[in-house]
Every structure is written in C-alpha cells, then in structure tokens.
Design a protein around this ligand. Structure first.
Ligand code: MD6
Ligand code: FE
Length: 219
C-alpha cells in the first residue's frame, strides 16, 4: 500500500534558495513508518564509522540502502555496489522510503526523481558534519531529498564557493529539504548536535539523503 504523503494540511513548501525547497514536518506524519523502514535497513546494514577523504574519523556514523551506497572507509570514499567492510551488497531500498522520496521530490518541483541510494547518517550528541558539497553523483541535475528525524540540528547553508558567507537554520524532526537546480552544489554542513531527548529516537538525529548516484535524471 502506498501511504499518502500527509493526512492533514501540511505547512506550505518554503523556497529557501533557488532550487531548494523546505517541506517543514512533511515526514513527521508517518514518522513511525520512516523509523521502522530505517530499522529494517539497520538490521541488515548497521551504522558504522565513517572517515574523511584524508582518512580522519568522522563523528557521524553511516548506513546505506539501494543499488549503490556511499562508502567512507579508510580505503577511500565514493559510491560502491557493496559495503567495502563486509563485501556484501547494500540492502535494498524499502519501497516505502523510495515512494516517499519520489513523492516529496515531486511536491518540491522535481518529478521523475528515481533514487538509487539512500545514505543514512546517525548523529550522537556532539557529532557534526563539516562544510562540504556533494559532487560524487553522476548527474548533478538530479536533486537530493534530505529527511531529518529525531533531535533537531543547526544546518549551515553557504554558497557555491567554500568561502562564501553562510546562514544557518534549524532542521527538526520530520523536516524535508529538497535541493537541486542552482542550489545543488551549495556548500553545507551541520553544527555539533546539542544534547536532548527525542520521544522516538532518544539522543540521536538521523538524516536520510536520497540520491541519484549513477542514474540520469530526466525531470
Ligand atoms: C545532514 N546533510 O543533514 C547532512 N547533503 O545531516 C547533507 O550533507 C546533505 O542534507 C546533500 C544534500 C542534502 C543534505
Ligand atoms: Fe551533503
């Protein structure tokens, strides 16, 4: 069964930059289904340590599902068919996750989004993500759909140059950020996670990013 995107009037889409749309709380409606789907992935592909391009340990832990996955191991990083740590193919993307990502992208103005990766990042208190942009995907005309669950974070949004000024805003449980177009290569990051307790996820934040890593996008 395909769950409808929402069953109550959602907050209207908010354009935060050219090509970037914030759907506030749109994943909160089916939060239990989102979390159950992630837990199903984690049973097959538990969170593991990640490393930067220069081999330094990151504070975020990662899992993946889909035909491809983003591996950040000591031996390098990028999209792979299987987990370099185990040699096992990444678990399939649960239908619920794929359908929701496609529907959310369409609501943000990106019909035809067909993700082949969902990278799942887990933040414990104090974990952060340095300023970066996502450039390993083959077709950068495809947007990325980003879903936040659990504790809120301060998200940092910069420009196309690393040195551009940044602004920051809060991303909360259930918030969905869809970005493509002129915003696709914007530098961004996450400030250290503040302590707190979320009623569903405890002292954690999860971020799911749906990507088209190896497919071409025909919006
Ligand atoms: C995070 N997100 O929200 C980190 N990247 O924890 C990302 O790095 C990100 O949200 C590309 C597109 C959307 C994102
Ligand atoms: Fe990113």
């Amino acid at each position: 069964m395909t769950l409808p995107l929402f069953d109550a009037e959602p907050l209207p889409p908010q354009v935060i930059a050219d090509g970037a749309v914030l759907l506030r709380g749109w994943a909160a409606v089916h939060a239990h289904a989102w979390i159950a789907a992630v837990q199903q992935v984690l049973a097959q592909q538990p969170f593991q340590a990640a490393f930067t391009a220069s081999g330094l340990p990151m504070s975020v832990r990662t899992s993946n599902c889909g035909e491809w996955g983003w591996a950040a191991s000591r031996s390098g990083y990028g999209y792979t068919r299987s987990d370099p740590a185990t040699g096992m193919p990444w678990p399939a993307m649960p239908t619920f996750l794929k359908q929701q990502a496609q529907a959310l992208a369409a609501q943000a103005g990106y019909p035809g989004f067909d993700p082949d990766v969902c990278l799942i990042n887990s933040y414990d208190v104090g974990a952060k993500m340095g300023l970066h942009h996502d450039a390993d995907e083959k077709d950068q005309t495809a947007p990325i759909v980003s879903v936040s669950l659990g504790l809120p974070c301060t998200f940092v949004w910069g420009g196309l140059q690393r040195s551009d000024p940044v602004r920051s805003f809060r991303l909360e449980h259930g918030d969905v950020l869809v970005w493509g177009g002129a915003s696709r290569m914007v530098f961004h990051g996450v400030r250290p996670l503040q302590a707190g307790q979320h009623h569903l996820l405890g002292a954690q934040r999860w971020n799911l990013t749906f990507r088209m890593a190896q497919r071409s996008y025909r919006g």
